[in-house]
Design a protein around this ligand. Structure first.
Ligand SMILES: Nc1ncnc2c1ncn2[C@@H]1O[C@H](COP(=O)(O)OP(=O)(O)OP(=O)(O)O)[C@@H](O)[C@H]1O
Length: 134
């Protein structure tokens, strides 16, 4: 499991599913971040998630520890920043990709566990529970 500290406006959610053991990266802005007009530094493309360090000027070549953009590969990378974006991933899609097999296994009598890991306010509860039903 990865442990990142990308700053308070960075949103990462990692889900570790047992026994499937998928590694997942998940991205969304909070309302506070939206108010502060925070810039997105995370990009999802397929199974890859890239993070850009804006403090490192574009085009500057430094040592490998100081790359402007770092890319990580997961089993799934989900972008939930903008529901109008073509790459937007809904709760339903996350559930279909990650939850269905676990639920099926549970109904078949196997032990199953969905585990959410991430920094505070990164969306663990939201991803697991959704929004409260009125
Ligand atoms: N995919 C998403 N789409 C829209 N809003 C989201 C999403 N994920 C999280 N949020 C919102 O971001 C806020 C923080 O999410 P949440 O409470 O789930 O984080 P958490 O990781 O469980 O936090 P903590 O570790 O503090 O318990 C909530 O207001 C939630 O509604």
């Amino acid at each position: 499991m990865m442990m990142f500290s990308f700053g308070c406006w960075r949103k990462v959610l990692n889900l570790c599913l047992k026994p499937v053991r998928n590694l997942v990266d998940y991205l969304v802005f909070s309302s506070r971040e939206k108010e502060l007009t925070a810039k997105g530094i995370i990009k999802m493309e397929g199974t890859k998630t890239s993070i850009t360090n804006l403090k490192i000027p574009d085009g500057v070549v430094g040592d490998s520890m100081r790359e402007r953009t770092k890319t990580f590969t997961y089993d799934f990378s989900y972008d939930s920043m903008d529901c109008k974006s073509s790459s937007f991933v809904s709760q339903e899609k996350v559930f279909r990709d990650l939850g269905c097999d676990v639920l099926k296994a549970a109904f078949e009598g196997y032990n199953a566990c969905v585990f959410a890991y991430g920094q505070t306010s990164s969306g663990k509860s939201y991803t697991m529970m959704g929004v409260p039903v009125r």
